[in-house]
Design a protein. Structure first.
Length: 363
């Protein structure tokens, strides 16, 4: 059985939470657990970066090549901090965090999508912290009671090999990937990939269970090849092994930068279509983190102009901090009609997405 976030609530807890009002990102926390701001908890501005020392343990659902440049930049600022990185799929890392909840080993969790971090937040895995400057981020990307902080936004797109597919031929909707025209010619990340999981969860909300199940069965019937991750997908499309790939947008730009003949479709922009599916990476401090000062400094760096600029320039991502310039050639999200999704509601029903993937036998 593939890794999943297992959520078990006791009956009395279900009763209590059902009766309690749902907090919003703007709601203040009770005085006893009011999160300290970065100014209150970060080292004094009169000190030097070298005053922060010791270890910092990062658990990351992002692949190491995409997060390592950010770690290196933080290390350059805080050279006395020893950083230990454990990278894996979102589901794998999430299960480890749950297993370690009574004896936490990680300081920070970094995820590729919001549904996992929201689900873990609901289960008490994180502690509140509002990084310096995070109040400038869109409120939709700040977790309730400041239990997690959004970092960058990404879009689900279709990339294609321009030697094999013309712009006119390229599918205009993710639903078109089940068309027999593309049988055996599409690559995608498999069911353990957090971004695909989040896309399916989003589609369940937008289209309903039956239509999403039909689409998944259509992918399998159309002999789509599922890889372990998006890097394999983009390279396979770039090498003309497949005509199409379903990826996050930045994988297209990374492959284009390598000189491959690839094009991109920002799908579902037509009348009556669902709109462009987007998600966001996020980070949170683990409750009981042993290296809290370093963890808070790292969170501050992630949402700082320097940190956000790194995500934009190196990974072609959409920074959430206003005013950070996009990488040249990256089409801004304001040019597209975006799918509207209730993150909290999807997160609460995330296990049903795993059930659906298992029921259809998604590789």
């Amino acid at each position: 059985m593939r890794p999943r976030i297992v959520v078990y609530y006791l009956l009395f807890f279900l009763f209590l939470t059902a009766c309690a009002p749902t907090p919003s990102p703007q709601d203040a926390t009770p005085a006893a657990s009011q999160p300290l701001s970065a100014e209150e908890t970060s080292p004094s501005s009169e000190g030097t970066d070298e005053e922060i020392a010791g270890k910092l343990v990062l658990y990351s659902g992002r692949s190491e090549p995409l997060i390592q440049p950010v770690i290196d930049a933080f290390k350059a600022r805080y050279p006395e901090v020893e950083i230990l990185l454990k990278a894996g799929s979102n589901s794998e890392i999430a299960n480890i965090l749950l297993e370690e909840q009574k004896n936490p080993q990680a300081d920070i969790f970094i995820t590729t999508e919001l549904f996992t971090v929201q689900s873990l937040s609901d289960q008490g895995v994180f502690q509140p912290y509002l990084p310096a400057g995070a109040e400038k981020l869109p409120s939709d990307f700040l977790g309730a009671n400041n239990l997690w902080t959004g970092l960058t936004r990404r879009a689900r797109v279709i990339m294609y090999n321009t030697n094999l597919v013309s712009p006119e031929e390229a599918p205009k909707s993710i639903l078109d990937l089940t068309n027999p025209q593309w049988k055996g010619q599409v690559a995608a990340a498999g069911s353990t990939n957090g971004s695909l999981q989040a896309q399916i969860a989003t589609m369940r909300q937008l289209l309903g269970e039956a239509a999403t199940e039909q689409w998944l069965n259509g992918l399998i019937a159309n002999e789509i090849t599922f890889f372990g991750g998006h890097t394999d997908v983009r390279k396979a499309v770039g090498a003309s092994e497949f005509k199409l790939g379903l990826v996050n947008h930045y994988y297209y730009y990374l492959q284009q930068a390598e000189g491959s003949p690839v094009g991109i479709v920002f799908p579902d922009q037509g009348e009556g279509q669902i709109g462009l599916i987007t998600n966001a990476s996020a980070a949170a401090i683990v409750k009981g983190a042993a290296n809290l000062t370093a963890a808070q400094a790292f969170m501050d760096f992630l949402v700082s102009p320097d940190g956000q600029k790194l995500f934009a320039e190196l990974n072609y991502e959409y920074p959430l901090l206003p005013g950070v310039q996009l990488r040249e050639g990256l089409q801004p999200l304001k040019d597209f009609r975006l799918a509207e999704v209730d993150i909290s509601r999807v997160a609460q029903d995330f296990n049903a997405t795993f059930d659906l993937m298992e029921n259809v036998g998604l590789p």
